[in-house]
Ligand binder design. Structure first.
Ligand code: WTA
Length: 566
């Protein structure tokens, strides 16, 4: 029996207080995600239960119980307090998927800090943009990332300390300090910061079309929604072994890679290694993973390797599969039925929503290619692109709108109240995604309504890439747009107009690609560069990325006249 039972019954009289009651929370109480994910599970008598089964690319293994999580997150929290970190200060986690990342996340929240997890593949410019915007005080990192963090720090005044979790053999400089989690005296008791519902918790950077990435500001009360969606959508039960592929640099890796599963007292397995189909199957087999939360790009990569490979492994423990980040095509659902004997369940949501909002919950019949229906407690509609009025005729395409509030909606963008206000219209939070709804109430994803590039589930903003391109001495102007890709759905393509005297040849193409990779990240690196004499623009001089994008996808360019009016 699934946790949710009947979707229809759960819709009747749904109230988020169901989750509040289960978590022992009442309005006005202290609520701290760090506490709820560790101490509370111990208080319930499960301190000895395994919380984290960890393995890296070299096959090194570690495991931690909930009591270990409790004590080690105390240890990190106390360490940060000793460093002088104050509640409300931003502490960045810039690490691979090592245990310190997961435990550090809880530790920062326990001492009242705002945790800012960033993907460790970011290079200087991407890191600097985000640390600068958040005026981050402390960066917790690994020795291997120290050179990037050091170079970044030279551009910033806010970073007071760099904490290195594996400093052995490294020559630390002034303002750098070692934290050897297993060597530190274990802190048995720590007074958790008395955060309440609206106290800021996690700051996730996400890309939009205009401007640099925005800091999506979550609060501790998000736990209510993350806990219940994990329980009902991912269906975590007491004896499950759960694996979420996502890196905590992205919201999936925190909402459902830390907060949701641990608040439910679930055991999770983490693989700190890149993608390889045999490696992943071996991991699923070894830990007897029962619930797996993955993404369409990963599923497509697995599909490429065929079903034969799957037969070499015993994956009989798997009982529930879910996917997020990009449209889950019908073929992937059908393939997974064939390969694993069960379908992937699509889940749709965003950094801003904080929790799954439209999904195929267990038991709801899946229509392959559809995202499913709104989670109970979420009112979602397809709204008119211009008026934001709900469109009731089945099949009409509009924006996905969600009626605020719900517990995990972000409470703002850091330093950007206007950007946040612009997300709401006519009483709806507008996701910026286009979809339609069929006569049975199922949502069908159509595409994004902006110029953001979704590459393998990761959003990349054109502005950040174009700004970096302009720093290259040969580039006069540029436009970064999505181009179709069989595996990653989309990859970045840059249209570049060169300054006089530069020749758009293959060497320059490679040089520019590398330039972006070294400054931003491998994900933001254009996979293709097309040199052009000029770029299509509106009368007021804005680059019309949409025209270039439509060209890439072989779609009609649409109504250019409105864009010309700007
Ligand atoms: C896209 C990730 C189609 C969408 C949790 C959304 C999806 C953006 C799906 C958010 C899905 C996410 N089907 N598209 N099931 N899930 N997306 O903020 O465009 O990194 O707005 O959060 O990914 O990406 P974000």
């Amino acid at each position: 029996m699934s946790n949710i039972g009947s979707y229809e019954e759960r819709l009747q009289g749904f109230d988020w207080s169901i989750a509040e009651r289960e978590l022992g929370y009442r309005a006005g109480d202290v609520i701290n995600i760090g506490y709820h994910c560790s101490d509370r599970i111990c208080d319930l008598g499960h301190g000895g239960k395994l919380a984290l089964l960890w393995e890296d690319h070299q096959g090194r293994e570690k495991s931690f119980t909930f009591d270990d999580l409790r004590v080690l997150s105390n240890t990190i929290a106390a360490f940060l307090v000793r460093l002088g970190v104050q509640p409300g200060e931003r502490v960045c986690l810039f690490m691979d998927r090592v245990p310190e990342l997961y435990i550090g996340f809880l530790g920062v929240l326990k001492m009242g800090g705002i945790v800012q997890p960033l993907f460790s593949a970011f290079r200087e410019d991407s890191l600097a943009t985000r640390l600068k915007d958040a005026a981050t005080s402390v960066v917790i990192t690994q020795r291997k990332h120290l050179p990037v963090v050091r170079r970044t720090r030279e551009q910033l005044s806010s970073v007071r300390q760099i904490v290195v979790v594996d400093s052995e053999g490294a020559q630390l400089k002034a303002g750098e300090v070692a934290l050897d989690l297993e060597g530190e005296p274990r802190v048995e008791a720590f007074e958790v910061f008395p955060s309440t519902a609206e106290t800021p918790s996690v700051l996730h950077y996400t890309s939009g079309t205009t401007g640099q990435p925005k800091g999506a500001q979550h609060v501790h009360y998000s736990l209510i929604a993350q806990y219940l969606t994990t329980k009902w959508v991912l269906d975590l039960q007491s004896d499950d072994i759960y694996w979420c592929n996502a890196d905590p640099g992205w919201v999936t890796g925190t909402s459902y890679g830390i907060i949701g599963p641990w608040a439910n007292g679930a055991t999770q397995a983490v693989l700190d290694a890149g993608f390889s189909a045999p490696r992943w199957y071996a991991f699923l087999q070894k830990y007897r993973v029962t619930v797996w939360y993955s993404a369409p790009t990963a599923i497509r990569l697995l599909m490429r390797e065929g079903t034969e490979l799957v037969r070499n492994y015993d994956l009989s423990a798997l009982r529930h599969l879910a996917s997020v980040g990009e449209p889950l095509n019908a073929e992937a659902v059908l393939w997974s039925k064939e390969a694993f004997g069960r379908p992937f369940h699509d889940t749709y949501w965003q950094t801003e929503t904080g929790c799954i909002v439209v999904t195929n919950v267990p038991g709801l019949p899946i229509k392959p290619g559809s995202m499913g229906k709104p989670f109970p407690g979420i009112t979602a509609a397809v709204v008119d692109l211009k008026t934001s009025e709900p469109l009731d005729t089945p099949g009409s395409v509009g924006l996905i709108g969600i009626k605020p509030p719900w517990p995990s909606l972000i409470r703002g963008y850091w330093n950007n109240p206007t950007g946040y206000a612009n997300k709401f219209k006519n009483g709806w939070y507008l996701t910026g995604d286009r979809a339609s709804k069929d006569g049975d109430g199922y949502f069908w994803f159509v595409g994004r309504d902006d110029d953001v590039i979704n590459t393998g589930g990761h959003l990349v903003g054109p502005f950040e890439i174009e700004s970096a391109l302009l720093e290259h001495p040969a580039v006069a102007e540029s436009a970064a747009v999505a181009t179709p890709d069989p595996t990653n759905m989309e990859v970045v393509k840059a249209f570049v107009a060169l300054k006089a005297g530069h020749d758009g040849n293959e060497d320059l193409e490679l040089e520019i690609m590398n330039f972006i990779r070294k400054r931003l990240s491998p994900l933001a690196m254009p996979q293709k560069i097309e040199f052009v004499a000029s770029l299509p623009k509106t009368r007021s001089g804005k680059i019309m990325r949409r025209v270039l994008r439509a060209q890439e996808f072989g779609e009609p360019v649409g109504d250019i006249s409105t864009m010309m009016d700007d």
